[in-house]
Design a protein around this ligand. Structure first.
Ligand code: SF4
Length: 105
């Protein structure tokens, strides 16, 4: 690397800091699913699990209010057993927010 290039990188603040956070990424890294309005408690017979309801069209479009917690029977009636089972098995760790994050009020 010649001296001119070395000086350029040395004086470049973003390179010197060794991190460059894009504005959208900043939003994603700052938030977690725990603070998202789509991440709700699903109350079952034996346990309560948290799942993301963004995939449910009724909640995503705003035609239904997203509750803080919901009984599993209501979700089964809304989605069907197979679709709900698919959502529960597909659900990841949900630590970092995705691009669809909306702050819980
Ligand atoms: S941040 Fe994204 S993945 Fe997490 S709960 Fe909200 S919509 Fe779902």
């Amino acid at each position: 690397m010649n001296e001119k290039v070395k000086t350029y990188y040395k004086n470049n603040f973003l390179y010197a800091g060794h991190r460059m956070v894009l504005p959208i990424s900043g939003e994603k890294f700052r938030n977690s699913c725990d603070q998202c309005k789509y991440y709700v408690n699903v109350i079952g017979q034996h346990e309560t699990k948290r799942i993301c309801l963004y995939g449910v069209k009724a909640y995503r479009t705003g035609s239904k209010r997203v509750p803080n917690s919901i009984e599993i029977i209501d979700l089964i009636l809304l989605l069907g057993k197979e679709a709900l089972q698919g959502m529960l098995t597909r659900d990841g760790q949900h630590q970092m927010a995705c691009g669809n994050f909306e702050q819980r009020l």
